[in-house]
Design a protein around this ligand. Sequence first.
Ligand SMILES: Cc1cc2nc3c(=O)[nH]c(=O)nc-3n(C[C@H](O)[C@H](O)[C@H](O)COP(=O)(O)OP(=O)(O)OC[C@H]3O[C@@H](n4cnc5c(N)ncnc54)[C@H](O)[C@@H]3O)c2cc1C
Length: 410
Amino acid sequence: MVKRDVIIVGAGHGGAQAAMALRQHKYAGSIAIIGEEPEIPYERPPLSKEYLSGDKAFERILIRPPGFWAERDIEIRTDVRVTHVDADAGTIRLGNGEEMAYGELIWAAGGHARKLTCSGHDLIGVHSVRSRADVDSISSHLRTASRVVVIGGGYIGLEAAAVLTKFGKSVTVLEAQDRVLARVAGVALSRFYEAEHRAHGVDMRLGTQVDCLLGDGHRVTGVRIADGSVIPADMVIVGIGIVPAVEPLLSAGARGGNGVAVDEHCRTSLPHIFAIGDCAMHANAFAQGLPIRLESVQNANDMATTTAKVIAGFVEPYHAVPWFWSNQYDLKLQTVGLSAGHDEEVVRGDPATRSFSIVYLKQHAVVAIDAINAVKDFVQGKALVTGAVRAKSSDLADATIPLKSLAAIP
Ligand SMILES: Cc1cc2nc3c(=O)[nH]c(=O)nc-3n(C[C@H](O)[C@H](O)[C@H](O)COP(=O)(O)OP(=O)(O)OC[C@H]3O[C@@H](n4cnc5c(N)ncnc54)[C@H](O)[C@@H]3O)c2cc1C
């Protein structure tokens, strides 16, 4: 049986960064990355942005050029899935039946797009936005689609809506909650983005439950919503989150549920098995120590680096401040911290200028900042979040007072 010192499952952001960080920290053992997608590691965020819009070709979203991996003696196997883990034996089984032994296993398998379960969910013309294959499929169907319904008003759905609107498509967004981005942002940001999308012609329907998808026996033709009315559609894009890809690990006995549980060194409950990125459930200091999964490039990369350092002998706990970005129209949102559980929102600057920030506080301490076309606030605000700085709302609201001057106050 083939053995590698480190096997990384998943050739996405976390998997790629783990391998790179191992080599950066002079790890000399053998490394193999095993990924189920046909591509070598590529960036996922452009899928709903510059890759969907056609502004970036696939080669420009590769995490590293093709020759990079072999030069660093990192083996990559694509198009093959890891189906079983035997933690006692220290082996994995691949979809092609092959078995491999590992010294350390890094599970970086992310998640798969959550599918609708209602009737019509599998009609032609119904798409997810998780992989290159998904977006290539959307692009090839777009030529013949003029009416698109986006189900889910999270970042991915809204980014897709913005691109498709630019393409001149008639776009409807259906969101079950009474505001978009409800899981990740406060009310002011939701209302701002709803207004922006409406101003660009998007039919934004909030508090709207999908009943089923309708088709002609083959292709999707519409979406029936809970009040019985039908929204005609040539294409449906489903952006309702992910299901963490952890089944083989849980079957092997790892602790978890909605993701696999890891400690501050990204170790699972199974020996010599780490988990990182979207699939890793960890106690996050910026979520008051609550166990959460973060779905961001920052989290995948920083957990990967933590794990690589542990394996290379530099043990440091994971304690990175969460950050994220989203591009819609000409709006660049940058977020630092986690706003969940905030008890106050302060709008800094004037949203009408389309350059402003929202500061989230919990018991008067800054827990997160959403900066819209406001890079300075994002950069300077990081210190306020990491230090959980207590600041007066009136000072935070005054855009003439730089955030860095507030961070300096003891
Ligand atoms: C359209 C889109 C836009 C996004 N935009 C942003 C953004 O603007 N900013 C941001 O910070 N984040 C963004 N994200 C989130 C970000 O891309 C993820 O958080 C990040 O990719 C997580 O990295 P990961 O390594 O955990 O998982 P992934 O990058 O998803 O990689 C996991 C890989 O493992 C593979 N895999 C799964 N199971 C197996 C198995 N059993 N065997 C082998 N391989 C397997 C998967 O197919 C996948 O290729 C976006 C995501 C999407 C889909």
